[in-house]
Write a new protein. Structure first.
Length: 278
């Protein structure tokens, strides 16, 4: 009868049967430690350990750089986000290259040289809605700029670069497309408008010179400075100091600022639009 009862027991009941595991010392066979356990507790312990190990491994693969070691997993080169970023970087590199060509052209313009014919500033975006699209001239077509009406820039207030006396006026020739302003040594020179510095360097003839591109197709040039306070690429505000008046360069005989104003690619007489006595 007892054998029939044992055979009729279910698998679950068998899993719940208690067993005793005894650890004996080999030489004396004395009991060192004993454990009460069942097949069910053994299965639960094994499954729990397996699940915990799987969770740890999965977390390492998902949340740590370990996934890079798994073949075929986490290949960043095949990621759509990586490909989009790569295309954006290539586009930015092209824009920077175009801007560098444009800046080189501006440097040629303010020094009286020829502007490369392949410069297309319409493709540039200098960060404001009105600065892109400057039509840069070749440095020789200044007659139309010299005859520009005084009302052409009347809608814009141009801050005087510094307060002083005009010692040499504007001449519609490449040698002097601006005005010379005498002021006390050490006087700060400020930007006539907000803008971006497109050139800040040294030349033998003009010394420390800085060029700023402004909104509304306006460019201002400041030459013969003692030192420059801004570098190429700096964004500046109207009235912000950008240089200190000086006497640098070969084409100077004393501390002064040679100031040039360009509008729509033509040099214009700054005295028609700025009062340097204020």
């Amino acid at each position: 009868m007892s054998e029939e009862v044992k055979k009729s027991r279910s698998f679950i009941d068998k899993l719940k049967d208690q067993y005793r595991m005894v650890v004996l010392e080999e030489e004396t066979l004395s009991e060192v430690r004993s454990f009460n356990l069942s097949l069910l507790s053994v299965y639960i312990t094994i499954c729990s350990a397996f699940l915990l190990t799987s969770a740890i491994i999965t977390s390492l693969i998902i949340f740590t750089p370990v996934k890079r070691w798994v073949p075929g997993y986490g290949n960043v080169n095949n990621s759509m986000e990586f490909l989009n970023l790569k295309n954006e970087v290539e586009d930015l590199e092209g824009i920077i290259e175009t801007q560098n060509v444009y800046i080189d052209g501006l440097k040629e313009m303010v020094s009286g040289g020829e502007i490369p014919k392949d410069i297309h500033p319409d493709t540039l975006d200098m960060g404001t809605s009105t600065t892109s699209g400057i039509a840069v001239g070749d440095g020789q077509s200044s007659s139309s700029g010299a005859n520009l009406s005084r009302n052409a820039l009347s809608h814009i207030y141009l801050n005087p670069p510094l307060k002083g006396t005009i010692s040499s006026g504007y001449l519609s020739v490449p040698d002097h497309l601006g005005v010379d302003i005498v002021a006390p040594e050490g006087s700060p020179i400020v930007s006539i408008l907000e803008g971006i510095v497109v050139s800040s360097d040294w030349t033998i003839e003009t010394g420390h010179s800085i060029t700023v591109q402004h909104p509304d197709n306006i460019i201002s040039v400041y030459k013969h400075n003692d030192r420059l306070l801004k570098v190429t690429g700096d964004r500046i505000k109207q009235g912000e100091s950008i240089a200190i008046i000086g006497n640098t360069g070969r084409l100077t005989s004393g501390p002064h600022l040679h100031f040039e104003l360009w509008y729509n690619g033509n040099s214009v007489n700054p005295a028609n639009f700025i009062d340097f006595s204020k």
